[in-house]
Design a protein around this ligand. Structure first.
Ligand code: UDP
Ligand code: MG
Length: 141
């Protein structure tokens, strides 16, 4: 039996700047995800560095932090059965050029860095990422 789960997403600065927020949210809801919490903010360097700490030794880290702090983002907690896996599938591969047709990255991403969205990669990361941005009461609806 599939379990009700929560996952976490960021609509990244390129997608927000290009006015894709509404279209992306519409696709997320149409795919059956319930929005449990949602807000817009501009990440500080410190927040971006902490959020992506697992990547701090990667060659793309500096570019990633630069990109994620370049403009406003929208962060959200999403709920659905099998949410983590299903949302990764909806978002598509990291590199939009390799992402399957119709996925959010194929539709809205530019390149392997500016790829429009973040999606949690496990239930464990989802829990950490949701509470990185939202308090328990903000996620209680
Ligand atoms: N990234 C990048 N270059 C790469 C791989 C990743 O700039 O070669 C960026 C990209 O924005 C990606 C983020 O770093 O979404 C986190 O990378 P990860 O491997 O966790 O990919 P994701 O889980 O987002 O698909
Ligand atoms: Mg990842």
């Amino acid at each position: 039996m599939t379990q009700m789960e929560r996952t976490f997403t960021i609509i990244k600065p390129d997608a927000v700047r290009d006015a894709h927020t509404g279209a992306i949210i519409e696709k997320i809801e149409s795919a059956g995800f319930k929005i449990v919490a949602l807000k817009m903010l501009h990440l500080s360097h410190r927040q971006a560095e902490c959020f992506y700490v697992e990547h701090r030794d990667k060659r793309f880290y500096d570019e990633l932090i630069e990109y994620m702090t370049a403009g406003a983002v929208v962060v959200a907690v999403l709920e659905k059965e099998n949410a983590v896996e299903d949302y990764r599938r909806l978002v598509g591969e990291t590199d939009p050029r390799r992402a399957e047709r119709g996925t959010l990255r194929a539709l809205y991403g530019r390149d392997v860095t500016q790829n429009a969205l973040h999606a949690s990669d496990s239930i464990h990361s989802a829990r950490r990422e949701c509470s990185f941005f939202f308090s328990e009461s903000e996620m209680t609806i």
